[in-house]
Design a protein around this ligand. Structure first.
Ligand code: OXD
Ligand code: MN
Length: 629
């Protein structure tokens, strides 16, 4: 064991258990230096200096962007890598359901604890931090000290990861102080290294061929090697707040979900909170920050990606946003689609893989109103001169902004309430060009759990793999984030609904993305489609209907798939263009028979006997109702 070279902070500020963790991992990864993070401005300066030295980071024009930075990654390290992400448990069944016909599990990858330990401690991590600094980040997911919050200690050799974690979580001194005064607190161990890359001065070291992201729920540990990007490296986010937290939630009787939380207030001043699950890059951030177009309504944001929800003593399901910032997809974000977000991106923000303009600003696809492309040169995220005629995109499709939540004008006053906010409705949704109406309400909790289990959506660029646009199953929008066997997860949702005295939220499904064929239009023989619903700020019309339904207003009629708005119940006054309500809400027998078939095939192949009987019964009942149409 060698003496650690502590260059910032002191080992004494750490609890003995934390100190032992740091020491053992430092002895494995062999960093040159150890820095114990306190979250201070002085530390921020050191991080920026370190990244400027390696040319990792570029400062944006200070007149327009106060303390804003741009980072470009290695072109091979640009998204989450699902095939290299594993859950390691003693028994396979604890992680994945029984698949049929030898099919690979699409709901998580299992590896034995022993094999993964061998790989990590013998092949990946030894000396992986040589030449670099190991940062020790004490962080809290959720407000420090809230009964709904959890603590993590992340070790990383990436100053970029520290900088983003300072935005995305609560870090440093308050967490250390909390641990000192609550020495029995369990913490999640999070080890991250960008890996052994050639040349220590590389601006974006990574080891893509050997990347592995491992979770050990039985010992509350995460180990991530080889990637510095997003959910692969900001371990508080997907690895902790979803995969590990979902297993904690199963054991402790709560829910950790891939959901935004918003507060919505009607013109009479009545407020409710709604949680909504959509797959990655399907508009959670835009919905959470929505600017309503109907007069008198207000929407405020509690969180845009993750919700932790737990019953209080009165039986209300209360939710917190465990994060402290937004790590949102940049392309498509504009003054038109998300004005509040755009305004908050001018301060304390780190942009990753967006394009750079010659006047020191940023550009991405969709920002055409904001940037005068005639007067600036644009350099694409991968360093090429870009013009609107270029055959490649200026920003990477999965480029991101990382910005503090409290800079948002519409951040909800209760967003850091340690008790959380009471959830009145849960929405599931995806990108569905056909079949699925704009909104429907489930008949009851069990049916709602079935609706979540059978979600399908078009793929997006948030994952490195499977980028081709096709509709895939994405139950609960959690497909890449389950910490345990999906069949058990569904059972847990059913059990949550059976809690005595529970005031259960109503469950809905929404689809902003239904299209129709443009008559006569052909584009290289491809079908040309247009959206049937304007989306964005107009989605408040759907939220209004949901709000009224949570008050049991008589504004719904029964359809074979759930309750839909009565004719005229959806407020359409003031829409710029008329919408085709019939097409938006049509439930076609042939499409739904096909849907039932796809869901059955998927349940059968992927979940088999692990699927709770109640959910299979819901599928049978749906089929009967559709057949009877
Ligand atoms: C995210 C994702 O980064 O879901 O939030 O991929
Ligand atoms: Mn997400």
């Amino acid at each position: 064991m060698t003496e650690l070279n502590i260059v910032y902070g002191s080992l004494e500020s750490l609890l003995p258990e934390v100190r032992a963790y740091v020491t053992s991992k430092a002895n494995l990864c062999r960093p040159d230096r150890v820095h114990i993070c306190d979250g201070s401005p002085a530390e921020f300066k050191l991080l920026i200096d370190a990244m400027e030295r390696t040319r990792t980071i570029k400062k944006l024009d200070a007149d327009r962007f106060e303390n804003c930075w741009l980072v470009d990654t290695d072109v091979r390290d640009i998204a989450r890598v699902e095939s290299k992400t594993f859950i390691c448990t003693k028994n396979v069944d604890d992680t994945v359901s029984e698949t049929k016909y030898g099919a690979l599990s699409k709901l998580g990858n299992w590896m034995s604890v022993e094999s993964m330990d061998f790989l990590l401690t013998r092949k990946r991590f030894p000396n992986s931090m040589a030449g670099r600094t190991m940062y020790v980040i004490p962080f809290s997911m959720g407000p420090v000290g809230s009964p709904l919050s959890k603590i993590g200690i992340q070790l990383t050799d990436s100053a970029y990861v520290v900088t983003c974690t300072r935005i995305m979580t609560r870090v440093g001194k308050p967490v250390l102080d909390y641990l000192q005064s609550h020495p029995d607190t369990k913490f999640i161990r999070c080890l991250h290294s960008v890996g052994r890359s050639i040349g220590m001065m590389m601006s974006w070291p990574c080891d893509p061929d050997n990347t592995v992201i491992a979770h050990f729920p039985e010992r509350n540990e995460i180990c991530s090697y080889g990637s510095g990007y997003g959910g692969n490296s900001l371990l508080g986010k997907k690895c902790f707040a979803l995969r590990i937290a979902s297993t904690l939630a199963r054991d402790e009787g709560w829910l950790a979900e891939h959901m935004l939380i918003l507060g919505i207030t009607n013109p009479e001043g009545k407020k409710k909170f709604i949680a909504a699950a959509f797959p990655s890059a399907c508009g959670k951030t835009n919905l959470a920050m929505l600017q309503p177009t109907i007069p008198g309504w207000k929407v405020e944001c509690v969180g845009d990606d993750i919700a932790w929800m737990r019953y209080d003593d009165e039986g209300n399901l209360r939710g917190i946003n465990p994060e402290a910032g937004f790590f949102g997809v940049a392309p498509g974000t504009s003054m038109k689609t998300n004005p509040y977000c755009m305004k908050s991106l001018h301060k304390d923000t780190v942009f990753t893989n967006v394009a750079y303009t010659s006047d020191g600003g940023v550009y991405w696809e969709g920002m055409d109103e904001e940037v005068d492309l005639d007067s600036v040169h644009v350099t694409s995220w991968d360093g090429r001169h870009w013009t609107p005629e270029s055959s490649f995109t200026a920003a990477h499709k999965n480029s991101r902004f990382c910005t503090p939540a409290n800079h948002l004008e519409t951040i909800d006053p209760a967003w850091e309430d340690p008790k959380g906010v009471p959830i009145a409705a849960i929405l599931f949704g995806g990108r569905r060009p056909d079949t699925v109406p704009l909104v429907f309400e489930s008949f009851d909790w069990t049916h709602g759990v079935f609706v979540g289990s059978s979600m399908r959506s078009m793929t997006t660029a948030a994952s490195l793999e499977g980028v081709v646009k096709r509709v895939q199953h994405d139950p609960f929008a959690m497909r890449p984030f389950f910490g345990y066997n999906f069949g058990h997860y569904v059972q847990h949702w059913l059990d949550v609904g059976k809690k005595p005295n529970a005031k259960l939220p109503k469950i809905f499904h929404v689809n902003w993305f239904r299209t129709e064929k443009v008559p006569g239009a052909h584009d290289h023989n491809k079908r040309k489609e247009r959206y049937l619903w304007p989306g964005f700020g107009e989605n408040c019309r759907v939220l209004e209907w949901i709000f009224r339904r949570t008050d049991e207003e008589d504004v719904a009629i029964k359809s074979p798939i759930g309750y839909i708005p009565k004719p005229d119940a959806l407020s359409l006054d003031g829409l710029h263009e008329p919408v085709k309500v019939d097409k938006l809400f049509a439930v076609h027998k042939d499409e739904w028979m096909n849907e039932v078939g796809k869901i059955r095939e998927y349940f059968d192949e992927q979940i088999g006997s692990h699927m709770p009987k109640e959910i299979v019964t819901e599928l049978d009942k749906l089929e009967e109702r559709v057949k009877a149409m």
